[in-house]
Ligand binder design. Structure first.
Ligand SMILES: Cc1cc2nc3c(=O)[nH]c(=O)nc-3n(C[C@H](O)[C@H](O)[C@H](O)COP(=O)(O)OP(=O)(O)OC[C@H]3O[C@@H](n4cnc5c(N)ncnc54)[C@H](O)[C@@H]3O)c2cc1C
Length: 284
């Protein structure tokens, strides 16, 4: 039986070299970022042991966080530690910084990357809701060019992404928190540390003179893909924040999600706690 030791791990010298390998089925390898998801999946048999893996760890083109006119551009190989400690991310994308700080422990944060978290395409991936609330883009590259994918269309099903086998995710471009808006991330798990979420979510909200101008809210672990709550978002715009509103928000958020039972929680609990969580996100 093949084991992890049988995998040929290749180390490209540049992104162009990696993309050239990925273009051809005979040289293509499983993208390997920090390996914190893949190593566990290979060892446990959840993912098939591939012939080859392409390590992206050393590719400088996939690193870095910078401000651009389209938003904050984050390289695919940016680690959770880099996200949580970046002054730019903490100021302009505070929910993302907060989510990165809750992923696993320090070892996982030092090694796990934003692209790995997204491309693993688990509904329990903590970063996804914080990306979805920005209405940002993921950029995928292949040997024949680059394309931007709206994050709202990236997750196509359970563990499925709109990224082809010859493509690699290279960056994420996330519009910064607008003036007058605030963001929050919250995660509910069995315990505070090293726990995969039962439900988690993030919101970006703008309130002016006590009235909600706009709300973007996203939850994970309540559907096969991370979701936004468009009905709630539409309903709430223009309404005054008070106790009645928060109670109605809790009811509506809970009604808008349709989770399932699995090893981490029950559908009933997830539905109830989704309402509580969205309410908590809105309570400043
Ligand atoms: C003990 C432990 C605790 C954890 N806790 C959490 C937690 O609290 N929250 C959470 O969300 N996750 C958690 N994880 C999961 C994991 O650490 C994160 O999802 C991490 O961000 C994965 O990133 P990686 O770089 O290690 O990805 P990898 O394991 O290298 O890759 C993951 C997937 O992404 C693909 N991939 C990677 N890079 C690219 C790319 N550039 N383009 C296309 N595909 C790509 C790989 O082929 C693979 O399918 C935990 C894992 C462990 C082992």
């Amino acid at each position: 039986m093949r084991t992890v030791e049988d995998i040929e791990i290749r180390f490209p010298g540049s992104l162009a070299e990696a993309l050239a390998w990925q273009a051809d089925e005979k040289t293509r390898g499983r993208p390997l970022a920090g390996g914190t998801d893949l190593m566990v999946q290979w060892e446990s048999g959840v993912a098939a042991i591939p012939e080859r893996a392409v390590s992206l760890w050393g590719l400088k083109e996939l690193k870095g966080i910078r401000e651009t006119p389209r938003g904050i551009e984050i390289g695919a190989m940016t680690t959770h530690t880099e996200l949580r400690s970046s002054p730019l991310v903490r100021e302009k994308l505070p929910a993302l910084a907060a989510a990165a700080a809750t992923v696993g422990g320090r070892q996982i944060q030092n090694r796990g990357t934003i692209a790995g978290n997204v491309a693993n395409a688990s509904p329990a991936g903590d970063l996804a809701p914080t990306l979805l609330i920005t209405d940002g883009l993921a950029t995928a590259a292949s040997a024949s060019g680059r394309r931007d994918i709206p994050l709202a269309k990236l997750f196509t099903g359970y563990r499925k992404l709109d990224v082809r086998a010859d493509e690699l995710l290279v960056s994420f471009t996330l519009p910064a928190l607008p003036a007058g808006a605030r963001e929050k991330f919250h995660k509910i798990g069995t315990r505070a540390a090293q726990a995969i979420s039962k439900v988690m979510g993030a919101c970006r909200v703008r309130v002016q003179n006590g009235t909600i101008v706009s709300l973007a809210v996203s939850l994970g672990s309540v559907a096969p893909v991370p979701v936004r709550l468009p009905e709630l978002e539409q309903w709430i715009a223009g309404r005054r924040v008070d106790l009645n509103l928060l109670e109605e928000v809790e009811r509506r958020a809970s009604a808008e999600v349709h989770p399932i039972d699995d090893i981490r929680s029950t559908a009933t609990y997830r539905k109830w706690v989704s309402g509580r969580l969205v309410r908590a996100l809105l309570e400043a």
